[in-house]
Design a protein around this ligand. Sequence first.
Ligand code: BGC
Length: 373
Amino acid sequence: MKKKIEKLLIFILCLIAATALPGCTGGKDPSAKTVGIVMPSKAIERWGRDGNYLRSIFNEEGYNVELRFSDDVLKQISDIQVLIADDVDILIVVPIDGGTLSRTLEDAIIKDIPVISYDMLVLNTDAIDCYVSFDNYRVGAMQGQYIVDSLAPDESGDTYNIELVTGDPADNNARFFFGGAIDVLQPYIDSGKFIVPSGKTTFDQTATPGWSMDLAFKNMQNTLASYYSDGKRLDAVMCSNDRMGLGVLNAVQSDYLGSNIPVITGQDGDEAALQSIMDDKLSMTVYKNVRNEADVAVSIATAILEGKPLDESLLGDLPAECVFDTESYDNGVKKVPSFLLVPEVIDKENIETLTETGSFMWDSKGKYIVPAE
Ligand code: BGC
């Protein structure tokens, strides 16, 4: 009899739990709003990190989350179609190729599903309500300025040889990174203080499709073979992110004849990049605290779903410092209201400050800074 009562009690408790807790109904709370998140490949360190963090904080805030990672554009399109067909309440999209989603997102307009373009801008569509990203131009300007500060061309009579390696032409951000960097470097190129022996000084000449580290490596090998085989010194390479920086560093280590390690820039704070900085190889990374970016996205998604206006009035309530920009990000159809977070330069001098973000810690030997999770 006692056993029967126990069984009955367990059954009733499970029934209560199943209706009250999202975890007991296959992870879904039918009364909660659902956020559809669409990301590029999780094989790229930062997107894996962003996706998982976004999911956990949206869950903490009581949302259901449908998270999809895609390796290619067609898969991303079909992911978005499925989420729209499932009537998600809001979409957060990091496009693989900013220009490929206009047709797909027309269905979001028809169904009145708001869309936040996250980190990379979705182009040629009216479907985007706003853009949450870092100040991409500033990222590039920081990379250019780091090179100027390191080589200190104003304080010497010397000239310096530099090269430029930027990102994917399909990623709108890449042009902003390059634009910020070249605006700092160009005056020195014009004055002859900085020489670019390869002659590659435009975005198109220095772009690296797919942000491919392998391609950055091969391109740098070719540059070294073609322009530095006479023993010319290479002083700096402006690389738009850590993967470009590490690809270039590998080429320098294998094919460069000089004994100096050039100043090489990066972006993202990837684990391998942080290790390389500690080993005195990669010079710096522009760190973008992706937890802050995700926290801001959650606040803005909530504001949209509560029908609040998307303007400066939100800035005070955001969990991280942002600039509100209505001019810089024209996606071809409209100037997209943008909430831009502030990036920071990390090099060996201040790398330990990353441990204060909660996202990083020293490894067990106290040698490298590694992701905390
Ligand atoms: C992001 C960078 C990232 C790059 C490659 C850019 O759009 O802003 O943080 O390094 O894509 O994934």
